[in-house]
Write a new protein. Structure first.
Length: 351
């Protein structure tokens, strides 16, 4: 049923990718006179491994999948952009994007001149499976789903995710799991074998505490990984990023400790915020942030900025009217936020 060649852009399917020096000779100790590098040692005078073999091996062991099912990019944003470039014919094809969700899917679609079919989430922030599948036509190449979802912070129903993946065999379903470490939801990485049209995205930017190194992961069939690899810049993951990620994979305990602290703080902050008369609703969160509906989003936002506490104003976003998005900070940072909330309340009373 699923025909990868049929949905891939012809020029990409036929593309002979650039073959770098390090693609052609992969051995270790040798006199390297093949890449026009500077021979003097700086720690960085050599090009990085274009295939990131060591990193993919180690990551594969952690995730329980083969290295050939892993694509690594400059943040998740790179595989998002590459998916458009591999599958979507500019000015002809379209993609289905639930609304609201992470903004980069739409921006990448626009950059690549791909039409967008937005399908609203339901009023309880779930996928409207029927409308998502009905929105797909002969020119739909990608359907995006983000679970747990940004900005609504909830996870999407697992059976709905699978229904969309099964129901859309004429294209690729991209499931963004950037926040999966903060959720009890099972990752679909374990089920990749069952779904040849599935691409799962994860990132080192959230639970791993490494937003600064820019490292995103796409997990998919080896055929899809090959297509993404053909199109990427030859040395897209630099040596420093590969080294930092390898170090992080040796310290999974740190990540788990951060996640558990963040979840504890999320509970604390939610309970404290609920006591504030300013707060109307807090959405159930499966992420490292809270979506908080407040009576005066503009006023509160500006008041917090004045105190150098920066949250994200999402109050004009579809289905999120009046909401501020608040990332969970350290215990001290969260206390500072609550002190500022108290100060805002006192100011409102005295006015
Ligand atoms: C849903 C989602 N996906 C991806 C990203 C970005 O990840 P990266 O830093 O790996 O590009 C974000 C960042 O906020 C996000 O919310």
């Amino acid at each position: 049923m699923f025909d990868l060649q049929k949905i891939t852009r012809k020029n990409i399917w036929e593309l002979k990718p650039y073959s770098s020096a390090r693609d052609e000779y992969t051995g270790k100790s040798a006199v390297f006179l093949d890449a026009n590098e500077n021979p003097y040692e700086t720690g960085f005078n050599r090009y990085p491994d274009p295939q990131q073999r060591e990193l993919k091996e180690k990551l594969g062991q952690l995730k329980g999948i083969a290295a050939e099912n892993i694509f690594l990019g400059n943040g998740s944003d790179e595989p998002i952009d590459l998916l458009f470039r591999v599958f979507c014919e500019p000015a002809t094809d379209n993609v289905v994007i639930p609304d609201p969700t992470y903004g980069m899917y739409e921006v990448c679609a626009r950059i690549n001149n791909i039409k967008i079919k937005n399908v609203s989430l339901t009023t309880d922030y779930q996928l409207d499976v029927k409308r998502v599948l009905e929105a797909a036509d002969n020119h739909t190449k990608l359907i995006f789903m983000c679970s747990p979802n940004n900005p609504t912070s909830n996870r999407l129903d697992a059976s709905d995710l699978k229904e969309v993946i099964r129901g859309f065999s004429s294209g690729i379903v991209v499931l963004d799991e950037a926040y999966i470490d903060f959720s009890n939801q099972e990752s679909l990485v374990a089920e990749l074998d069952r779904y040849p049209n599935l691409v799962v995205l994860q990132t080192f930017s959230k639970a791993w505490g490494l937003a600064g190194i820019r490292l995103g992961m796409a997990f998919a069939s080896k055929e899809i990984v090959k297509l993404l690899t053909k199109v990427k810049y030859p040395y897209n993951i630099n040596i420093m990023t590969q080294q930092k990620a390898l170090e992080a994979l040796d310290r999974v305990d740190d990540k788990e400790k951060w996640v558990s602290n963040i979840l504890e703080q999320r509970n604390w902050l939610e309970a404290e915020l609920k006591k504030q008369q300013q707060v109307e609703t807090i959405l159930p969160s499966d992420t490292n942030f809270l979506m908080v509906k407040v009576k005066e989003p503009k006023g509160l936002y500006a008041f917090l900025v004045d105190r150098q506490i920066i949250v994200r104003d999402r109050s004009k976003v579809h289905l999120c009217m009046g909401f501020l998005r608040i990332t969970i900070g350290t215990e001290e940072e969260n206390k500072r936020l609550m002190e500022a909330m108290e100060a805002y309340r006192s100011k409102s009373i005295s006015n």
